[in-house]
Design a protein around this ligand. Structure first.
Ligand SMILES: [Zn+2]
Length: 420
């Protein structure tokens, strides 16, 4: 191109931001537990400009008609893993290169976005080091498509407190998490993770270890001491990062809560006292129901010992979830997916099957999860001024929660990625 023409083109005023009007069959604002009808959302550029009943369509706006759909804020998955791809765990860690896993992660990110999830907390790469920060940055730079991300990077556990287990002590096997011990050790590990781009710190507050096993539950032992956890929380807080604690049992959970973590992940054996403590401190619960239900469609196919343990675990998880529904505990939706990321909407189905009201399940993935991320000012509800992250599903999730698996429209940051 001749230089003069190039210069002339540069003087052309920038195009005005795209204005889009979305006419919603049904509308969930992310906060109030009602579905409204005849609502129109107007977005301008990457922001929501106006929301209301029977709004006039602005001149020049592109119009999206979704008469049979339910429109809602872009969904948030508070606990997922872009760097796992459904293979046996040790295959991911020991047989796939970091490059392959990064390519896979771009596929998982695309699937997650197209399933309607416009924001995620990626709660550790499971041995793929700082790959999640690269994925987050590549998405933000527009190189690949995917949700907004908070990256936890490597996660932290103690020596002996993470998989793979059972190898000869003579073999230096890579572990799925960073292992650190003592006040100085954990402080340095948190600083390293933050220096390499972590947005959130994940710890294993308890984990499976060699020793006695209860045949009816996933046994786990406390890992970090209170002082270690407190150091982790303090160090993370200096950089404005929250701490998420993987935990099964109440003992380790209570240590983590007192140390100041923001969320408990999984928690299938949490007791009433722990939930009371969580409510008092404003700690979120991310129950990740579907993680323990995968492969349970036909338990008869499992080896007997594993079948007994998983059936016991699933029934306790359900009982704990139902108990929590009666308490003022803040629940944020998380899938803990390790593959099949297109299936993230299944978590809503389990939450409702276990007794949660459909719109409460939706709210756990909108207002609830955005609060846990600390992004409640930007996302999580559809209101003027917030980022234009909008999802729509086919049908009415109140009548049929499986409609959450039929995403028909996805807008993130004002850009449409999926439409009927
Ligand atoms: Zn997980």
């Amino acid at each position: 191109m001749p230089r003069s023409l190039f210069a002339a083109l540069m003087l052309v005023p920038a195009a005005l931001p795209q204005v889009t009007a979305i006419r919603c069959g049904r509308f969930f604002d992310g906060r109030n537990l009602t579905l409204r009808e005849s609502v129109t959302i107007v977005t301008e550029g990457n922001r929501i400009r106006e929301v209301g009943a029977s709004l006039a369509i602005p001149a020049g706006a592109q119009v999206i008609d979704l008469p049979k759909a339910t429109v809602m804020p872009g969904l948030v998955d508070s606990h997922t893993h872009m760097f796992l791809h459904g293979a046996p765990y040790e295959d991911s860690l020991l047989k796939r290169s970091l490059q392959y896993r990064a390519i896979w992660a771009t596929v998982a990110a695309r699937k997650t976005l197209l399933a309607g999830f416009t924001s995620i907390r990626d709660l550790e790469t499971e041995g793929a080091w700082y790959g999640d920060t690269a994925l987050r940055d590549a998405i933000n730079d527009g190189l690949v498509i995917g949700p907004r991300m908070q990256a936890a990077t490597r996660a932290l556990s103690i020596t002996g407190g993470y998989t793979p287990y059972g190898y000869s002590p003579d073999v230096d096997v890579p572990r799925g998490a960073q292992l650190a011990d003592g006040i100085d050790g954990v402080r340095k590990a948190v600083r390293e993770q933050l220096a390499n781009g972590a947005d959130v710190i994940k710890i294993y507050a308890d984990h499976r270890r060699r020793g006695a096993h209860d045949p009816d539950m996933l046994t786990a032992y406390p890992t970090f001491s209170f002082e270690e956890m407190k150091t982790i929380v303090e160090e993370a807080a200096k950089a404005g990062a929250k701490v998420a604690a993987h935990v099964y049992h109440s003992q380790a959970a209570q240590t983590a809560i007192r140390a100041g973590v923001a969320s408990l992940e999984h928690g299938m054996y949490l007791d009433g006292e722990t939930f009371r403590l969580m409510a008092e401190k404003g700690v979120y619960w991310v129950p990740t129901l579907m993680a323990y239900l995968q492969g349970m469609e036909d338990p008869s196919k499992l080896p007997p010992a594993r079948r007994r343990m998983m059936l016991g675990t699933v029934s306790r998880h359900k009982e704990t979830f139902q108990r929590a529904l009666k308490l003022p505990v803040k629940i944020a939706l998380g899938t803990d997916l390790s593959g099949n990321h297109e299936n993230a909407g299944q978590e809503f189905v389990w939450m409702v099957q276990y007794g949660m009201k459909p719109l409460e399940a939706l709210r756990s993935s909108t207002l609830g999860a955005s609060g846990l991320m600390g992004w409640q000012d930007r996302i999580g509800t559809i209101e003027a001024g917030k980022l234009a992250d909008i999802t729509a599903v086919d049908g009415d999730p109140v009548a049929d929660i499986t409609s959450m698996k039929r995403t028909v429209f996805v807008m993130k940051d004002g850009v449409i990625y999926k439409r009927p």
